[in-house]
Design a protein around this ligand. Sequence first.
Ligand code: C2E
Ligand code: MG
Ligand code: MG
Length: 678
Amino acid sequence: MSRRIFRYLAGTAVVLCAMFALLTGIVMTSDPSALESENVRWLLLGVAASALFVALGAVWFVARSLAAPIETLTAALERAAEGDYDAPPLTSGRDGPQELVGAFAEMQQQLKASVITRDYLDRLLSSIRDAIIVIDPNEVIVRVNAAAASLLDYADDALIGEPLATVVDKELKEPDEDNSSAKPIDGVFRRLDGSPVAVSYTVSDVLNDRGELEGRIVAAQNVAERRRVEQRIRYLARTDSLTKMPNRMQFQHQLQQAIARAKRTNQYLALLYMDIDRFKDINDTFGHGAGDTSLEIFAQRIMAELPEGATAGRLAGDEFAVILSGYERIETMTDAIASTSEALLAAIGRPFHVQGEEIFITTSVGVAYYPDDGDNVIDLIRNGDAALYQAKKAGGNCLERYSPVLNTAAVERLMLKSKLRRAFEREELRLHYQPKYNLASGRIEGVEALVRWDLPERGLVFPSDFIPLAEETNLILQVGDWVLNRVCEDYRLWQRTLPSPGRVSVNLSLKQLQQQRFLEKVRAIFKRHGVSPTCLELEITETTLMDDAERTIRILDSLYGMGLHLAIDDFGTGYSSLSALQQFPISTLKIDKSFVRDVAVDQDDATIVATIIKMARSLNMDVVAEGVEAQDQLEFLREHECDYVQGHLFGDPLAADGLLELLIEQEQGGNQYQALFG
Ligand code: C2E
Ligand code: MG
Ligand code: MG
């Protein structure tokens, strides 16, 4: 349009100029003096003025038509700069030269795409519940999401440009060299007000096309609440709820540590094993309430009389024990034992009142010395117990030191050890299988293999009576191999009748895992029997896992890579934190039967079990409750959404053929325990 007007105006100016020239020519040739005429001068002046006016108009239009597209483009650029990419497209020619309009359109498209990506990323980041902090290679924060800002109490963008050290207490712990950032690391971040917050975090590198480090992403979870709950569980799991003393498990752990210390420093220690005389009479005469009060008073008096540095615990019912440690010479220790026991017996002997009744109690004490009477927890406790038995036999209210002749149990242990060596040739080992029921459906979805020893003169010997013996020697390796082979054989047999008999769990001991060529051995066993590793699960206790955690992680990663499932056995009895267990590729957590036993009657145990289930779920682990014996335990576990249950409520563990029958029955729609699941 403007170009047309310009042409029109320019044409008019040319015509007017031509007219002016023509008129001047005519006037000059016909009558030069006419120029002197007033009228002619005005006419020529008018034509010249019109031509000048039209020419100026043309110039104005030229300038205008050149400026308009620049203004349009500038406006469009300003809108784009403000993030508005939805303006109508420019038209080439009208809004500017074709190349410029084309380049602008392309730029507009690219900006729009990158903004969409950025908005999308922002939305993604802010919807992630983990706190995300992105840093550049110099550890300067370049981005944080809403969760990170809220975790650390900063305004949304306040951390950008700050060094990472502002919020991370120590240096970031580096992930392994294979950059397996999937494994969370425990750490502490700092809030704006300086307060610490416990986190579990991962670090991932961001590399550019050339493989150079462009930045790192730190993804963190607040685990403060989880740690608090964990500490509570551990406290409950280690403390006797009546006397608030260490319970048996914790006491044994403390004894183990004391022995290790004594070994290192070449010192002596003593274990005092105590038991209230005729405690049953107190219960029978005054009732259990009075019995409990007596135990509390007993515990308080022991604690009050202990010398500094001594440890006491309640091992069971009315059995208590004390560790006296740190003696360079045996004579000093004997003196300390004499004075302590004298004080203890005197304090305990003071009468007290319960429910208006005056009660007298006395106690017997058995003593065993480290290292003379035993150099490990099991032997010391056993020999302390044997000495206690002697003290009771001597009439009670006295102290006896262990003497080797007391111990017939030790002789039997030796005999058993030598017999266990022959058990393999004589084919005396058996495997029983305990079904694992899915709590929601009531169906058997797996079994646990449990070894037994069929000793002709004794009948079935249970693992607790020979696995520790086998562990002392290396016989446990042979037992372990036998079990794995046997499980595979049985599995093949079941598969002939049932396409998928479920997964079999096998218990693994520390020594097996410590073997040099354990992985090769396991692989060979599966190959030999033609059984897929996915059909098996290995059960490992917390203590075994934590023995040499780094090596164990490597082995377990390989086992997991083969397709094997891994479970933590007897959870709650060990000393690891759930966060520590997260580093292992474990998919199942088995709650120890000691917690399940009183779940329906003991508030502490109920809390432990409910919390373990919740925490395991948050870590995506399946939870199995062991040792379910009663319907009310099952109800409790169902209410708290435990996944699987095992226990005598569903009968005794079965031999391979008995289990097959049960599985076939289930396949045909029958299930004798279905009613229990409601
Ligand atoms: P575990 O792996 O925790 O196995 C569960 C134990 O609880 C088994 O004892 C089982 O019979 C018992 N149990 C199951 N349901 C109930 C119940 O309702 N109430 C009660 N009170 N107990 C129940 P078992 O067979 O005596 O085995 C004891 C431990 O010996 C096992 O504990 C495991 O640590 C170890 N063990 C068993 N078989 C093997 C094996 O093949 N190799 C290794 N290394 N250890 C084994
Ligand atoms: Mg087990
Ligand atoms: Mg167990």
